[in-house]
Design a protein around this ligand. Structure first.
Ligand code: SF4
Ligand code: SF4
Length: 356
């Protein structure tokens, strides 16, 4: 559903931020992610998705769908939870990080989309939790994944959809950067089945570059907390040449996973593709991916997966988001190949958001 009719605009509503602390002076503190933004009336959080209006914090992006896709759960990547099933992936706008190599800029830093929402001028796709679950059932998928940027920044929607999904026999997957508070994890754990989290690096300097507040310890503590809360956890590292492709780093990540999540806990090793400020860095050579794999095996991890593929997210002409909410199963399940000359037949469309 696209918010273009009067009726759709009326359906869209600001939702009160779930984990907010109202302070005496009219400011509020958001406890969804580890930024823990303290905001005055009119101010928006780092993610841009939460705004203080007269002493109460509201989520602007509730139900606003920036991107949507249908595919195998293995592509999330999650390989040890209901393998062989299909999942509908959705994302909204805003993120708690600003990664130099982000492939989802228009979504993760979706400032203009969130500005339009704040001004009541949005033309983004909108779906109530019921709309989304209905679409998932119609498309015959078995789960819903929250991805494309950090889902903590619209946790209100993630939890409402997850509760409804469970009632309808669907599982849910949360694809995270794990810059998430313990409170947010405790809130989601009873409702969300799977956490697939990035461990981007074991070097604080790497995290400092993308988020001044984030440390390796923050990220690892969140991943461990999700595991301890009983969520099914899988981890992923995107290897970027010259940034996190050092042998000692691979060893530290693999050892941490083994010690904290178990030797059978899956680790996904993915290839970096040039983007944004890292456009000058070539894609990760196969040797680096397999070197990380071999070291993880040496350390004793049993389930290490290498994605030595030719992904592509450069295609700009994708099906509109609304097609996924209203289209038929046949329309959605047609094979999606990238027509761009750089990828040809082998590239698969990854992005589904609409370009302005
Ligand atoms: S989700 Fe994170 S970045 Fe956004 S307002 Fe809350 S604490 Fe700030
Ligand atoms: S965490 Fe992911 S979505 Fe957010 S800025 Fe980094 S790469 Fe982009």
């Amino acid at each position: 559903m696209i918010m273009k009719t009067k009726q759709d605009i009326e359906k869209y509503q600001l939702q009160e931020t779930r984990l907010q602390e109202k302070l005496d002076d009219g400011t509020t503190r958001c406890h969804l992610c580890l930024w823990r933004c303290k905001l005055k009336h009119g101010q928006r959080g780092f993610c841009q998705a939460h705004v203080n209006r007269n002493g109460t914090l509201y989520n602007l992006s509730y139900g606003i769908i920036s991107a949507i896709d249908v595919g195998a759960i293995e592509d999330k990547p999650v390989k040890h939870f209901q393998p062989g099933t299909q999942v509908m992936s959705v994302g909204s706008y805003g993120c708690s990080f600003r990664c130099d190599g982000c492939h989802n800029l228009e979504i993760s830093w979706g400032v203009s989309a969130l500005d339009d929402l704040a001004k009541g001028e949005s033309s983004s796709a909108y779906a109530t939790p019921q709309d989304l679950v209905d679409a998932a059932k119609k498309l015959n998928v078995q789960g819903i994944a929250f991805t494309y940027s950090e889902p903590a920044v619209w946790l209100e929607y993630v939890i409402d959809v997850s509760m409804l999904a469970k009632e309808n026999g669907l599982y849910t997957v949360y694809v995270s950067n794990s810059f998430v508070t313990d409170e947010a994890l405790e809130l989601m754990a009873p409702h969300v089945d799977v956490l697939c989290s990035d461990i981007k690096s074991m070097d604080d300097a790497f995290y400092y570059d993308i988020c001044k507040l984030a440390t390796v310890d923050n990220i690892l503590a969140s991943v461990k907390k999700a595991h301890d809360l009983g969520m099914h956890v899988e981890t992923r590292t995107n290897i970027i040449p010259g940034k996190n492709d050092d042998v000692e780093g691979y060893r530290k990540i693999a050892s941490w996973i083994k010690e904290n999540l178990g030797e059978d806990s899956p680790w996904h090793i993915t290839r970096f593709f040039p983007a944004y400020k890292l456009s000058h860095i070539p894609m990760t050579p196969s040797e680096s991916l397999w070197q990380a794999h071999d070291i993880a095996k040496e350390v004793g991890l049993e389930n290490v997966y290498v994605y030595d593929d030719k992904g592509c997210d450069c295609a700009e002409e994708n099906m509109p988001v609304s097609t996924y909410l209203t289209g038929t199963e046949e329309e959605i399940h047609q094979i999606k190949k990238c027509a761009a000359s750089c990828c040809g037949d082998e590239g698969v469309l990854l992005k589904k958001y609409e370009h302005e």
